[in-house]
Design a protein around this ligand. Structure first.
Ligand code: ZN
Length: 247
């Protein structure tokens, strides 16, 4: 028996982004509804979002893929909370996460960049303002652009704050690099072959690094692990995080 799903634009957009067929969601819901008869459809969707987000942390093949997946799913979660659940306050928390992972993904490209944000054209105060900051500043600042805009009071204009990135170039017009780029690997860690290849590559590469590079590499691996822990903690709360970390 397949359960009836109340599709909203927000839910359909999410499924479309991650190429999840409607039948898959419907089957998941049937199973879930049987074991959680007292819970609502929204409880199910929320749980589904979280499970997907956590599975993305496991399947990402690179730092930038991890950020890109988080950036996308957090935006869908923000829209669902705000527009389907009518819970702007929690929606904004996910919107902040979306912005943060978007910045981090650009930072992972190792190119020096600037972030430009344009004020809401419907706003008397900021229609003509344009903020331009370095990517590092925005990553450390951790605030949504134009959070003080009078039109942001209801939060909805935060969703449409247009921003963009520009790459800093040197005198020859070439992009300026921040750190030596670590090549991305495209093996699938979910297969035995992929995992073996990843280990081989990691060993070969690691052996060829200088001790300073080895240290950098370890720091990056540590940062990624710390970020995954933060994601899980943010999504599941302390109790859920402890359970997750034990298996
Ligand atoms: Zn404004």
């Amino acid at each position: 028996m397949s359960a009836k799903i109340p599709y909203s634009k927000e839910l359909s957009d999410f499924l479309y982004s991650f190429k999840i067929p409607e039948e898959e969601l419907s089957a998941e819901f049937s199973g879930w509804a049987n074991t959680n008869p007292e819970k609502s459809f929204d409880d199910f969707v929320w749980n589904y979002f979280k499970e997907k987000a956590i599975s993305f942390t496991k399947s990402a093949n690179s730092e930038s893929e991890l950020y890109a997946n988080m950036r996308t799913i957090y935006l869908h979660m923000a829209c669902y909370k705000t527009y389907v659940n009518d819970n702007l306050k929690e929606g904004i928390e996910f919107l902040k996460g979306h912005y943060k992972y978007d910045l981090l993904q650009n930072q992972a490209s190792s190119l020096k960049m600037k972030v430009s944000v344009i004020g809401d054209k419907d706003c008397l105060k900021c229609a003509n303002s344009k903020l331009q900051r370095t990517l590092e500043y925005e990553v450390n600042n951790q605030r949504l652009p134009f959070a003080d805009c009078p039109l942001s009071k209801d939060g909805h204009s935060l969703y449409k704050a247009p921003y963009g990135y520009s790459v800093k170039r040197d005198e020859n017009g070439l992009p300026v690099n921040t750190i030596k780029k670590i090549p991305e690997r495209n093996y699938n860690p979910n297969t035995k072959y992929g995992r073996r290849k990843l280990r081989e590559h990691a060993r070969q590469e690691y052996a060829g690094l200088s001790s300073k590079e080895k240290l950098e590499r370890n720091v990056i691996a540590f940062i990624i692990m710390a970020i995954i822990c933060l994601i899980v903690w943010f999504l599941l709360g302390t109790e859920g995080f402890l359970k997750w970390s034990q298996h």
